[in-house]
Design a protein around this ligand. Structure first.
Ligand code: PHE
Length: 439
C-alpha cells in the first residue's frame, strides 16, 4: 500500500480525538464517576490524565511516526524481539471491537426506535427484549460494522479523517444542546453538583477510586491498543506531537465532563441512583426521555451523538487490524478492510448472543461479554501500555523517543522520561494486579 497521510494536523487531532472520545466517555465515565464519589474521581482523573495519559500518547505517536508501521512491525523496528508488544495491541483491538460493534449496533437500534416515535414499552422491557433476542443484536452489530467498513475502505484522509472532521464537532454541538436540556430539568442542578462539588469520601476508598480512574484514563485515551501507533504512522514529520498530546486529552476530558453534565442531571431529576451502572444510558436515560416533553427528539439526538462517538472509535480499532493485514500480507486497502471488518463482525456474534441464547455460558464466572471486556481492558491494554513504556523508556536508543516526539523544553523532557521510565510502569502494574486479584 502506498504511504497514506493525514491531510493536516487538525485532521489528525480530530481523528485521534475521535478514537479517544467514545463509549468510554459517554457511557462509562458518568457512571464510574457516579460510583466513585463524583468530583473526587474527576480530580484524580485529571491528574492521571496529565501524568500518565500525555506521556503514553506521546510515546505511541512517536513510535508510529518514526517507524511508519503497524503495531507489530513498529515495536519490532524499535527493538527486534519486541513484536509481541504490538501483538497485545492488535489482539486487544480485536477484543474491544467484538463488543464495541455490539454496543454500536444497540445504539443504532435505539436511535431508529426514537426516529420511529420512541419506546413503546417501558425502558427496562425494551432493553431486555432487544438484548436477549437472538437475531437483533447480530443484525445491528453487522450493520454497525458495515458502516465502519465503508469509512475505513476510503482510506486515511478520504475516509477516517473526513468523517472525524464532521462527526466530532457535530457530537459536541449535540451534546451541548442536551446538556442545557438536562440542567434545566427540575432538580437537574443537583446532578451537576454531585458531579462537580467534591464530596466527603472515606479515605479508605481512595486507592480503589485511583485504580478505577487509571483504568478509565487508558481506556478513554485509547492507549495500549496500537491505535495511536497506527494513526501516528500517517503523521507528517512537521506535525507537533506534544501539541497533539495536549489537545487530544483536553477534547476527551471536555466530552467526558459534558457527558456527565448531561447524563447525571437527567438521572438525578428522576430520582434514579447515580451509580445505576451500565444501564444508565440504555435504561435510566430512556426513562427520562419518556417523561420529558420533546423526549423523543432528545432521545434521537442523544443516540445519534453516541453513534458518532462509537463510529470514530471503532474505525480506529479497525484501522489497527487493517494496517497489520495490509502490511503483513501485502494487500490493498479494499481487501484488508474487508478482512478486518469480517473478523470484527464474526467476533461480535458470540458477544451479541451472550445476553440471550448464550447467557448460560460462563468462563471464570463471566459471561462472554464480560470475558472479552476483561481480556481487552484488564489484561491486554495494561500489558500493551507497559510494553510501550519499556520500549520508549529503556529499549529505544537514549533520547530517541524525546527526539522523535520533538519535546523541546528541558522540564518537558524530564517529566516525560520520568513518567515512561518509572511512574507509568509502576502505576500500570498496580492497575493490572488489582484487576487480576479482583477477578
Ligand atoms: N477510547 C474509546 C472510548 O472511550 C475506546 C477505545 C479504546 C478505542 C482503545 C480505541 C482503542 O470509548
Amino acid at each position: 500500500m502506498k504511504q497514506e497521510k493525514w491531510s493536516s494536523q487538525f485532521g489528525f487531532v480530530m481523528a485521534a480525538a475521535g478514537s479517544a472520545v467514545g463509549l468510554g466517555n459517554i457511557w462509562k465515565f458518568p457512571y464510574i464517576a457516579g460510583q466513585n464519589g463524583g468530583a473526587v474521581f474527576i480530580i484524580i482523573y485529571v491528574v492521571l490524565l496529565a501524568a500518565l495519559g500525555v506521556p503514553l500518547l506521546i510515546s505511541e505517536m512517536a513510535i508510529g511516526r518514526s517507524t511508519r508501521s503497524n503495531p507489530i512491525g513498529a515495536c519490532r523496528k524499535i527493538s527486534k524481539k519486541c513484536g509481541f508488544i504490538g501483538l497485545f495491541g492488535i489482539l486487544g483491538a480485536f477484543f474491544i471491537l467484538s463488543y464495541y460493534c455490539v454496543m454500536g449496533g444497540l445504539i443504532i437500534r435505539y436511535f431508529l426506535q426514537y426516529l420511529m416515535g420512541g419506546l413503546d414499552t417501558g425502558a427496562e422491557e425494551f432493553y431486555t427484549s432487544v438484548t436477549q433476542s437472538t437475531s437483533e443484536p447480530i443484525i445491528y452489530s453487522v450493520i454497525f460494522t458495515l458502516i465502519c467498513a465503508v469509512i475505513v475502505v476510503r482510506g486515511i484522509s478520504g475516509g477516517i479523517e473526513k468523517i472525524s472532521r464532521i462527526f466530532m464537532p457535530a457530537l459536541i454541538i449535540l451534546m451541548i444542546i442536551l446538556m442545557i436540556r438536562g440542567l434545566t430539568l427540575s432538580g437537574g442542578t443537583e446532578g451537576a453538583k454531585f458531579f462537580l462539588v467534591p464530596q466527603k469520601i472515606d479515605l479508605k476508598e481512595l486507592p480503589s477510586i485511583t485504580v478505577s480512574a487509571m483504568g478509565q484514563v487508558f481506556f478513554s485515551l485509547s492507549l495500549g491498543m496500537g491505535t495511536l501507533i497506527t494513526y501516528g504512522a500517517y503523521l507528517d514529520k512537521s506535525a507537533s506531537i506534544p501539541k497533539a498530546a495536549v489537545y487530544i486529552p483536553l477534547i476527551d476530558l471536555a466530552v467526558a465532563l459534558l457527558a456527565g453534565l448531561t447524563v447525571l442531571p437527567a438521572v438525578f431529576s428522576y430520582g434514579i441512583e447515580p451509580s445505576a451502572g451500565s444501564g444508565m444510558i440504555f435504561i435510566a436515560l430512556p426513562r427520562v426521555f419518556g417523561e420529558i416533553s420533546g423526549g423523543v427528539l432528545f432521545g434521537a439526538a442523544f443516540f445519534l451523538l453516541v453513534f458518532f462517538a462509537a463510529v470514530t472509535s471503532a474505525i480506529s480499532l479497525i484501522e489497527v487490524i487493517v494496517s497489520y493485514i495490509s502490511q503483513r500480507f501485502s494487500l490493498g486497502r479494499g481487501a484488508s478492510s474487508a478482512a478486518a471488518c469480517t473478523l470484527a463482525a464474526a467476533a461480535s456474534i458470540p458477544v451479541s448472543l451472550s445476553f440471550g441464547r448464550l447467557s448460560d455460558i460462563k468462563i471464570f464466572g463471566m459471561n462472554i461479554y464480560d470475558l472479552v471486556n476483561f481480556i481487552s481492558d484488564a489484561i491486554l491494554m495494561p500489558l500493551g501500555a507497559l510494553g510501550i513504556c519499556l520500549l520508549c523508556g529503556y529499549l529505544w536508543g537514549k533520547g530517541k523517543a524525546v527526539q522523535e516526539a520533538g519535546i523541546k523544553s528541558r522540564t518537558g523532557r524530564f517529566l516525560y522520561t520520568a513518567s515512561v521510565k518509572y511512574t507509568a510502569p509502576i502505576m500500570i502494574t498496580v492497575i493490572f494486579l488489582t484487576a487480576l486479584f479482583n477477578m
